[in-house]
Write a protein that binds this ligand. Structure first.
Ligand SMILES: N[C@@H](CCC(=O)N[C@@H](CS)C(=O)NCC(=O)O)C(=O)O
Length: 283
C-alpha cells in the first residue's frame, strides 16, 4: 500500500496544501490504492516539505517526482494517450498554476485578513492539540512570520506588490487557464490527465476556500473554471466533500531508512537543516 504523507485536510478543500492535494488527486485518477497519513510531519521530510510517499520501502518526495515515480512503477494509463504537444500544453498550464498563480494564492492566504485568520486557525489546530491550545497564538505568529519571510524572499518578489496589483496578475493567470480550458471538460480533453491534478489543486484552493477574498472573487469571474472545479470535485472527491470527514492520523513518523538514495538525502539535509554545519571544502 502506498502511504501518502501530507498536511491535514481542512477548510472544506481536500487539502489546503495544493501539492499534497495534487498527489492525492493523481492517486485517485490512477486508481492506485493508498493510505493518507494526515500528520503534518513536514519537519521529518527530506526537504522539510510535504507531500512524500512511502512505497515498497522507498521514500519519494516532491509532488511531480512522485507522479513520475508512480507512472514508472505502476504504468501510465492516465497520460498514455497524450501527444507531445498536449503534454507540453499541460505542462505550461500547470506552470501557470503552480509557479505563478500560487504566489497570488499565498498573498491571499497570508496578507488578506480573513483568509489569514482562517488558514492560521487551521494550521494552529493541526499542529497543536487541544490540551496545549494555550500555545496556538504563538504558533500562529511563528507561521505568519515564516511564511511572509519566505514569500518576501521569493526571487521575483511578487508579494511585495500591493494586493490589488498582485490580484491583477491572478486575473491574467486565471484568464489564460480559462482560455486553455475553453469548453473542454478537462485541460487536455475529454478525460482527466495528470496536469489536471496539479492545476485543479490550485484552482480548488483559490475558489473553494471558505472566506470571501479578492482572489476568490476573481476566480468566480471565469464560469468554465468554476464548472471545471465542480467537475473535478465530483469526479474525485464527491460533490458534498467535507474535509472534516478525513481521518486524523496517528503520528506515524516518516522512516528515514526508506530513502531512495542516501547520498541525496545527506545533500538535501545539508541545504535544508538549519542546524547542520556546512561541510568544509578546499575552495
Ligand atoms: N515542489 C514541492 C513543493 C512542496 C511544498 O511547497 N509544500 C508545502 C506545502 S504546499 C510545504 O511543505 N510547506 C512547508 C514549509 O515550507 O515549511 C512539491 O511539488 O511537492
Amino acid at each position: 500500500m502506498i502511504l501518502l504523507y501530507q498536511f491535514e485536510p481542512g477548510l472544506n478543500i481536500p487539502n489546503p496544501s495544493n501539492f499534497c492535494m495534487k498527489v492525492e488527486t493523481y492517486l485517485k485518477m490512477a486508481k492506485l490504492p493508498y493510505e493518507a497519513i494526515n500528520n503534518n510531519n513536514w519537519s521529518k521530510a527530506p526537504t522539510r516539505k510535504l507531500p512524500c510517499i512511502e512505497d515498497n520501502h522507498k521514500l519519494v518526495w516532491d509532488s511531480q517526482k512522485i507522479i513520475e515515480y508512480l507512472k514508472a512503477e505502476y504504468g501510465n494509463a492516465v497520460d498514455a494517450h497524450l501527444t507531445n504537444e498536449q503534454l507540453a500544453i499541460g505542462y505550461a498550464a500547470q506552470a501557470i498554476a503552480e509557479d505563478r498563480l500560487i504566489y497570488c494564492l499565498m498573498k491571499d492566504r497570508y496578507y488578506v485578513d480573513d483568509s489569514r485568520k482562517a488558514i492560521l486557525d487551521h494550521w494552529s489546530r493541526a499542529f497543536i492539540p487541544d490540551h496545549l491550545k494555550i500555545f496556538r497564538p504563538l504558533i500562529k505568529s511563528l507561521i505568519k512570520k515564516s511564511m511572509r519571510d519566505s514569500l518576501k524572499h521569493q526571487w521575483q518578489g511578487y508579494v511585495r506588490y500591493p494586493n490589488d496589483e498582485m490580484f491583477e496578475f491572478a486575473r491574467r493567470d486565471l484568464k489564460a487557464l480559462s482560455d486553455i480550458l475553453g469548453d473542454k471538460p478537462y485541460f487536455l480533453g475529454d478525460r482527466p490527465t495528470s496536469p489536471d491534478a496539479g492545476i485543479h489543486s490550485i484552482i480548488a484552493n483559490t475558489i473553494a476556500f471558505p472566506t470571501e477574498s479578492p482572489l476568490k472573487k476573481i476566480g468566480y469571474e471565469f464560469d468554465n473554471i468554476v464548472a471545471y472545479h465542480e467537475r473535478m470535485m465530483s469526479e474525485f472527491y464527491g460533490t458534498d466533500y467535507k474535509s472534516k470527514d478525513a481521518p486524523k492520523s496517528e503520528k506515524k513518523p516518516i522512516l528515514r531508512s526508506l530513502l531512495i538514495n542516501n547520498d541525496n538525502w545527506a545533500a538535501i539535509r545539508g541545504l535544508t537543516d538549519k542546524h547542520s554545519k556546512p561541510e568544509k571544502t578546499d575552495a
